[in-house]
Write a protein of this length. Structure first.
Length: 452
């Protein structure tokens, strides 16, 4: 492993350099640490001293620090950079491929506080490789010595950057044992609505709770990255920016290291949307590993289709498309056959305001049962009931009902029939398939109407 370690010759930077030498050496293979020091152009000390004096002094101190690390068997190179620390460190990083950048959060900080230096902040914005901001060296050294496991706290939110960050955990676990906590912060009420639990569904089994669904969905995603590693999922209900809540949870769990992904949004984007990694870097007291989305990482391998949702409005055309989708389903895949009914509508398309009236209750219940029976008739002869289900969903918007059902069952793909409308008719009437495409963040298989 090659590590670039920035140093300002402070005590904190020396401790991080020692740690970098230990991290770089993986097993019996010695890694490389590049010690980089930047002569700031705007330094007042540099303006007051003779030309060349700061450089000569820095070269001497770099050489002494490198010699100290070489005694531990690490291959150490040095680089004296001229310019602004953030930009020149990035130049050094991109000039020669590195696996990791390590920095002390800020030298000479006030006791009990963990401020973030400008160099760290800008490196988080722009570094193409992961950045480890070290705030507490002893726990990391004890872990490398094998005297205690490292308590790793991973922020997870289903994004690709979160998966890229999570992929660093197996690399750590190969070195020494780790206690892994995967934390997810969400608005549970909004999540319940997102999976359709706030509306009434009519299926073969009672709907599980929102927490159970979320726990299962996180497990499926995390298992693909962590494989057989043992981990614990921590879900917390929270409104607003997640960084503060995640840091509170990390403190409560006694985390040694927080791992978080970063999209490295522009300054303008961060003004509008904020940056969770930046907020955690500024406010946290733990060491923080920030993995940018563009950082090199393992190729993501997606599993075969595990669950498929097939939606139909029970018209002859949509039913034909549903049968075609059933024929295309991979062997062993779980199938959910869904239709969406309006919660205030009767079978004759009459909308009712009073849903408590006996006429509506009887008529709507009959419509639900007939829809359920019609879906069941679409299933192949001798279908495996353990993997094929029918679901009648009530929602005022058909596309939203399909989206919520897809989220609730965490399907791999959604199959829809296209209505075949063109021209003015499509413009006026719209298309359920188009509406679903606009709001669903899952793969969609569109099945056009067959030619006569």
């Amino acid at each position: 492993m090659k590590i670039i370690c920035g140093t300002d010759f402070s005590k904190e930077a020396a401790e991080v350099a020692t740690l970098a030498a230990r991290v770089a050496d993986t097993g019996n293979v010695h890694g490389t640490v590049e010690l980089a020091h930047v002569l700031e152009k705007k330094s007042s000390l540099r303006r007051l001293t003779k030309p060349g004096a700061p450089a000569a002094s820095a070269e001497k101190r770099l050489a002494a620090e490198a010699q100290r690390l070489r005694k531990k068997g690490t291959v150490v190179t040095t680089r004296l950079l001229d310019g602004n620390s953030d930009q020149t460190l990035l130049d050094a990083d991109t000039g020669e491929a590195a696996d990791l950048v390590m920095l002390a959060s800020l030298s000479g900080g006030v006791a009990g506080r963990f401020p973030l230096g400008r160099t760290c902040e800008l490196m988080l914005d722009q570094s193409p490789v992961p950045v480890l901001i070290v705030r507490n060296v002893p726990p990391l050294l004890e872990w490398l010595d094998g005297t205690r496991p490292l308590r790793v706290f991973c922020a997870f939110d289903f994004t690709r950057s979160a998966r890229r960050a999570l992929a660093w955990v197996p690399r750590l676990a190969k070195r020494q044992p780790c206690e892994i906590i995967v934390a997810h912060v969400t608005d549970t009420a909004a999540h319940a609505d997102d999976v359709g639990l706030s509306t009434h569904g009519h299926g073969e089994e009672p709907d599980p709770s929102a927490d159970e669904l979320l726990q299962a969905e996180i497990s499926r995603r995390v298992d693909r990255v962590l494989g057989g590693l043992v981990y614990r999922i921590l879900i917390s209900d929270h409104l607003g920016a997640p960084a503060t809540r995640l840091l509170h949870l990390a403190d409560r769990e006694g985390a040694d290291l927080i791992i978080v992904g970063s999209h490295q949004r522009s300054r303008g984007e961060m003004v509008l949307t904020g940056s969770m990694s930046q907020d955690m870097a500024r406010e946290g007291s733990q060491s923080l590993l920030v993995v940018p989305l563009r950082a090199p990482g393992p190729v993501e391998r997606y599993p075969p289709i595990e669950r498929m949702l097939i939606a139909t409005d029970l018209s002859p055309e949509c039913n034909l498309a549903a049968r075609r989708a059933l024929a295309l389903a991979p062997a062993g895949a779980e199938i959910v056959l869904v239709t969406v009914l309006h919660p205030r509508e009767l079978p004759n398309r009459e909308f009712v305001r009073d849903v408590t009236g006996p006429r509506f209750i009887a008529g709507h219940a009959d419509w639900i049962q007939r829809s359920y029976d019609a879906l069941s008739e679409l299933l192949p002869e001798g279908a495996d009931e353990t993997r094929m289900h029918v679901e009648v969903v009530e929602d005022e918007d058909v596309a939203e009902g399909i989206r919520r059902a897809a989220n609730r069952f965490d399907v791999s793909v959604v199959c829809l029939a296209t209505e075949g409308r063109t021209g003015l008719r499509a413009l006026v009437l719209g298309s359920t398939a188009q509406d679903v495409i606009a709001i669903l963040k899952r793969p969609i298989l569109l099945i056009p109407p067959e030619e006569p």
